[in-house]
Write a protein that binds this ligand. Structure first.
Ligand SMILES: [Zn+2]
Length: 260
């Protein structure tokens, strides 16, 4: 095999990476490529009854369990509390150093028009880092990589100011079972916080079919929409848009970078 590729995803919370690029990551990892997830926040606000301290500890373990299932290189969880991530200079430098140290071929995050302030801040931090990563006098303690990465954003359904453009669509039917097992690791979210947040205050995980629940709530409507937009004949798919801020590659090369 030629040199393994390195893919770096900055999610805002522990579970964003899994949802947005879990399937693509499983496929890449299986083929020997290195995928690193970074959660910019520690996940300490995503619950209605646990303390923030206990929740952060629990979510770290959930992320590590998902990492083992996916076979990825690392799932790093930074220490910023949820709902408090900002595009500060300190965080920008932190993101630049993480990118330089991992030396990825592709860096992906959220768009800056997302619904959640932490998602927007993560997207802004990565966008701000995209050019600065190759400026040697910016964070001079961490050498610049030989090749500037391609920068991309992951699929979302927001349409203001415009819908996302699908530059790469990765069919993941063959690894969907494993992706669902990754999501199943985040029990504090999918079976506790998220149902409660959506209004189901008496949700009982013992009374549901977990795979059917995860699929219907978090996967199938979204993936069907992406497959339709991308003109793909598959059920499950993840999609990405290349941004104009990093190294520019053709659509074909962008797709090839994210496909094993
Ligand atoms: Zn999130």
């Amino acid at each position: 095999m030629s040199k393994p590729r390195r893919i770096l995803f900055f999610g805002a919370h522990p579970d964003d990476c899994d949802l947005k690029i879990g399937g693509t990551s499983i496929r890449l990892a299986k083929a020997g490529h290195l995928v690193k997830f970074v959660s910019c926040c520690n996940g300490d606000k995503g619950h209605h009854s646990m303390s923030s301290r206990d929740l952060a500890a629990r979510r770290y373990l959930e992320a590590q369990a998902a990492k083992e299932i996916a076979g990825i290189y690392e799932y790093q969880v930074l220490d910023t509390p949820d709902c408090e991530l900002e595009a500060t200079l300190e965080n920008r430098h932190r993101v630049i150093r993480i990118i330089r140290e991992f030396q990825p071929d592709v860096v992906i995050s959220h768009r800056t028009c997302d619904y959640h302030a932490d998602h927007r801040a993560a997207g802004q931090l990565v966008q701000d880092a995209a050019y600065l990563v190759k400026v040697p006098l910016c964070c001079p303690d961490t050498p610049i990589p030989e090749v500037n990465p391609v920068f991309a954003v992951c699929y979302d359904s927001f349409v203001d100011p415009r819908p996302i453009r699908i530059d790469a669509a990765i069919p993941i039917d063959d690894v969907m079972e494993t992706k669902l097992k990754m999501l199943d690791c985040h029990k504090s979210q999918f079976y506790e916080w998220l149902p409660w947040d959506k209004g189901d205050k008496n949700f009982d995980v013992t009374k549901i079919d977990k795979v059917a629940w995860l699929n219907s709530m978090w996967i199938e409507p979204r993936d069907a929409n992406i497959a339709k937009l991308a003109g793909l004949n598959c059920k499950y798919v993840e999609a990405f848009e290349q941004t104009p801020y990093g190294r520019q590659v053709s659509k074909e090369e962008f797709n090839a970078l994210l496909n094993p």
